[in-house]
Design a protein around this ligand. Structure first.
Ligand code: TYD
Length: 215
């Protein structure tokens, strides 16, 4: 997959089912990149712009069918790419994005059982600009965790949103959705065993970046 529509920027996404524990590692990486002298854009999906954050609130809280949900998520993504991600990559920054399109394939495709061909079409529309290749992350760090363990971690942690309130079977399908995406594009994914201690997970995350000489 070519990413010719950028200069020396680096686009990293972070994925995993709810409760997999990616957040602390994302902020740790932001600090590590800054310490290495890189400019960092730390952002998330759905969200990352004022419009996309409004769409996020609807997607996370309001009941809707799967097509509506997918359209709102991709609409948010389109705005986020245009306003934040592409400009940051063109400035040569490191973009650390908490979730991206793999989450749509995992949650809407896997979890909800929504049509993957429609998602593929939306992906192509939203992540392409005229005359340029489809923009994908350079690397996707996937925090893989058994859905039962994730449910234990989430239990009582906070008031669950629409997705966090789903039963464990939903998250099994989401996890399978991630595994399918990894299988389709193994070189883009770095799988982290998120069942390990936080310290060991962090060591594994750092190793992923050091191996690529990005840190
Ligand atoms: P999350 O990233 O876990 O943020 P927080 O830690 O603040 O809860 O929450 C985003 C939720 O949105 C998560 O449950 C997954 C869901 N989601 C989708 O269903 N599809 C998508 O394409 C994306 C990006 C997120």
């Amino acid at each position: 997959m070519s990413n010719s529509n950028r200069s020396s920027g680096l686009f990293i996404s972070f994925e995993g089912i709810d409760g997999a524990g990616k957040s602390t590692h994302i902020s740790g990486l932001a600090d590590a990149f800054k310490a290495a002298g890189r400019s960092v854009t730390l952002t998330r999906e759905p969200g990352g712009t004022p419009l996309a954050e409004k769409l996020r609130a609807m997607v996370l809280n309001d009941a809707m069918d799967s097509l509506t949900e997918s359209l709102l998520i991709f609409a948010a993504r389109r705005d986020h790419l245009a306003q934040v991600i592409r400009p940051a990559l063109l400035r040569g920054e490191v973009v650390l994005c908490d979730r991206f399109t793999d989450a749509t394939f995992a949650y809407q495709g896997g979890g909800r059982g929504f049509d993957l061909h429609v998602l593929k079409t939306l992906e192509a529309w939203v992540q392409s600009t005229e005359g340029q290749a489809l923009l994908q992350p350079d690397l996707t760090v996937w925090f893989d965790l058994d859905p039962l363990k994730a449910a234990e971690r989430l239990a009582g942690a906070r008031v669950p949103d629409k997705f966090e309130a789903q039963p464990v079977e939903f998250f099994r399908r989401v996890a399978q959705g991630y595994a399918d995406r990894q299988q389709a594009e193994p070189n883009r994914f770095a799988r982290i065993d998120a069942a390990q201690s936080r310290e060991t997970v962090w060591q594994d995350v750092v190793t992923v970046f050091k191996t690529r000489a990005w840190l």
